[in-house]
Design a protein around this ligand. Structure first.
Ligand code: AMP
Ligand code: GLY
Length: 439
């Protein structure tokens, strides 16, 4: 049985790598992938007819969807209706990510712990509603915005300019969510669900801002670490009771066919866990650490979830700590890179370092069929946005981070950007959980 992964970034490179480890006999295609990922085929993953034609013609028995845009557009519904076994939520269920107002209404209806919020249809109404959130407030555009639709504002004046920018980008009729600002430690609990049961992968932390010290603009994510030593069984039990179980009850009650990855973006506040957002997919770059940190088969868990028997599957961490670092092109995230820049030093990476290509090009822009993902030796160029990530393992977070930066020091390309403090805050300031009343 062959497998198709849909998408083109570092997340999909890591998914394809893990599925190949799990099932060395299978051909893992990546549609469209990128010039650095083995098995990349130039088929547009937003076009269900083209994807179905390719999969049906190439013995694909499982399709795994990476990004949110095709999920929201109904790729799972479309592929299943053509007989393809597809892992991901249907469009209906993917609204948990694609509409923030839908997600907030769902959280409130089913008693999922979250920040107080108000939804306004139209920017003018949101301006009036700001009075209910004096001082700090979070302003969120309702739809998918690749991380650019959320504004964490320190004052009403900042919130007003966030609303101006939403109005400019998406129009005056945009739906906007205003939300109370939560303070605490962010963590991503990502796992699989079959709609009845949720099984977590190792918990991870992303680093969304471009610059060290959590400064600069928001990005898709600049690095990740996993797992969190302080996410003990007792802490997880509260997340499960206050967030995961009510979500599963809501999924069942809503009649959603949700067999896919489910991502809980959490803030661990002093009072308890609160849900910031759902994503209906794996995170990028979290996937680049949580799949390498998984000791058991992802493929078996996906098969079990698709059959509605995820409760029987086991997801076992491999016991290592993992750290991943994203290398972005000059100008990211605001402007495109002027030209592809050759990457040097990949051949010097340690054999155990994982290399996950994303916005890369080859000299001749061909799709390469069998480039090894570990320490790729091909001349690749950093072409767009987040160009690639590397992932290393350590016996503890400190040693993983030391190796990560030793490896990063070998790599260079013109205009390269990467953060030098991945994991630092997570290690130095664990969450304050005094109010949690843990056993
Ligand atoms: P979201 O896409 O809703 O997860 O928001 C993106 C980022 O904005 C989150 O990862 C947080 O860093 C921040 N954020 C979102 N909502 C809140 C909130 N209510 N309080 C504090 N920070 C938030
Ligand atoms: N890294 C955050 C996300 O994938 O949404």
């Amino acid at each position: 049985m062959n497998i198709a992964v849909l998408g083109s970034g570092g997340r999909e490179a890591a998914l394809a790598w893990k599925l190949r480890v799990d099932e060395p006999e299978a051909i893992v295609f990546v549609l469209p992938g990128n010039p650095g990922i083995p098995g990349s085929i130039p088929v547009d993953c937003a076009d269900p007819i083209a994807v179905a034609r390719f999969c049906l013609g190439n013995g694909v028995g499982l399709v795994v969807v990476g990004p949110e845009v095709p999920l929201a557009a109904g790729i799972v519904d479309a592929l299943r209706s053509r007989g393809l076994n597809t892992f991901g939520p249907t469009a209906d269920a993917a609204r948990l990510e694609s509409s923030k107002s839908f997600a907030k209404a769902f959280m409130e209806k089913y008693g999922v712990a979250t920040a107080r919020s108000v939804t306004s249809i139209g920017v003018a109404g949101a301006r009036s509603a700001l009075a209910g959130f004096p001082g700090r407030v979070v302003v969120k555009y309702d739809g998918l915005a690749a991380g650019k639709g959320v504004f964490v504002c320190g004052s009403t004046a900042e919130a007003e300019s966030a609303l101006d920018s939403i109005e400019k980008s998406y129009g005056p009729d945009s739906t906007v969510v205003l939300e109370e600002t939560l303070v605490g430690t962010e963590v991503s609990v990502i796992g699989l669900t079959d709609g009845t049961c949720f099984k977590p992968l190792p918990a991870a932390q992303d680093h969304k801002r471009l610059l060290d010290g959590d400064l600069g603009p928001n990005t898709g994510g600049m690095g990740a670490v996993a797992p969190a030593a302080w996410l003990t069984t007792a802490v997880y039990a509260r997340i499960q009771a206050e967030i995961i179980e009510p979500t599963l009850a809501g999924i069942r009650d809503s009649g959603f066919d949700y067999r896919g990855f489910l991502y809980f973006g959490l803030m661990l506040t002093r009072e308890g866990p609160k849900l910031l957002e759902y994503n209906a997919r794996l995170g990028d770059p979290e996937t680049q650490v949580i799949l390498p940190a998984l000791g058991s088969s992802l493929l078996e868990a996906i098969d079990a979830a698709l059959a509605g028997r995820l409760a029987e599957a086991e997801l076992v961490p491999d016991g290592s700590c993992r750290a991943a670092l994203v290398f972005a092109c000059s100008g990211y995230p605001e402007s495109p890179s002027p030209r592809p820049e050759p990457i040097s030093g990949l051949e010097a990476l340690d054999g155990s370092t994982l290399f996950f290509p994303a916005g890369v090009a080859t000299g001749n822009s061909r799709f390469i069929a069998d480039l090894p993902l570990v320490a790729a030796k091909l001349p690749l160029a950093a072409a767009r946005g987040r160009a690639f990530s590397i992932c290393v393992a350590g016996k503890d977070p400190g040693s993983a981070l030391a190796s990560l930066y030793a490896e990063a020091g070998k790599i260079d390309f013109a205009g390269m950007q990467f953060r030098r403090d991945i994991g630092a805050r997570w290690l130095s300031s664990p969450p304050e959980l005094e109010g949690w009343d843990l056993e």
